[in-house]
Write a protein that binds this ligand. Structure first.
Ligand code: ZN
Length: 237
């Protein structure tokens, strides 16, 4: 309870100057738990991140990344992992970093701390069982953080990861996704794309795949290297 009171007090104090919306959605907000949205800027590196997987199309994305030797970070939904444990395992086996993206991809706004705890804990279990890796990073569904998150992040040892830029790849055609991502490309950028569409089976992620197919050579030509979230947060590699 005391933790809750402190969180409310902290959020209220923050909201005095900023707004509650920023606390919940702001990419740099740490009001509801520790969170990052970019890496160190001393290297020409970018972290590609993919949410909402694994999906039936993830293997195609893994092949694309392998062509460029590009490690990425995948924030998996527990329910998708239960459906496709082999794809989750293969993602980790190929050297990509695995993060937690909740169990069923719900909104956390106005939800209880118990609900949020269950979402993160169940996802952590599903991911660990399928891949052998216990994630250390968490990306909130829809980027929405809420009361109770800080405590469960602490219990599970998770740091929140937002993004420098998001691709809107569930909505936009490939050329516009590429434009957004290239415009945002800078040292330490964390770019967010999606290899699934929340927890839907057989999602159509063709615009994402096409965008990645163009982005990998484009960003490489601009001198960028690809790093996982863990790597891009480190001062030395
Ligand atoms: Zn998501």
């Amino acid at each position: 309870m005391r933790g809750m009171v402190l969180e409310v007090a902290g959020a209220a104090a923050g909201a005095g100057v900023l707004s509650m919306a920023w606390a919940v959605w702001g990419r740099s907000s740490c009001v509801f738990g520790p969170s990052v949205y970019r890496g160190v800027r001393d290297r020409r590196s970018i972290a590609l991140t993919f949410d909402d997987g694994p999906s039936e199309s993830t293997p195609e994305l893994l092949d694309l990344l392998a062509e460029y030797g590009a490690p990425a970070t995948f924030f998996l939904c527990g329910e998708n992992v239960r459906r496709l444990p082999g794809v989750a395992r293969e993602t980790a086996r190929r050297g990509h970093e695995i993060g937690n993206h909740s169990y069923t991809h719900d909104w956390y706004c106005l939800r209880s701390a118990g609900f949020i705890r269950e979402q993160l804990t169940k996802a952590q279990q599903a991911i660990t069982e399928a891949t052998g890796v216990a994630p250390v990073f968490f990306r909130a569904p829809y980027g929405v953080r809420w009361f109770g998150l800080r405590k469960v992040q602490q219990q599970l040892g998770l740091t929140g990861v937002m993004w420098t830029e998001i691709g809107w790849d569930w909505k936009l055609p490939a050329d516009r996704i590429v434009r957004r991502m290239v415009r945002a490309a800078r040292n330490g950028a964390i770019l967010c794309l999606h290899d699934g569409r929340d927890t839907r089976p057989h999602p159509d992620i063709r615009p994402t795949l096409e965008a990645v197919r163009r982005l990998l050579p484009e960003l490489t030509a601009r001198g960028f290297r690809f790093e996982t979230v863990s790597q891009i947060l480190c001062l030395t590699t």
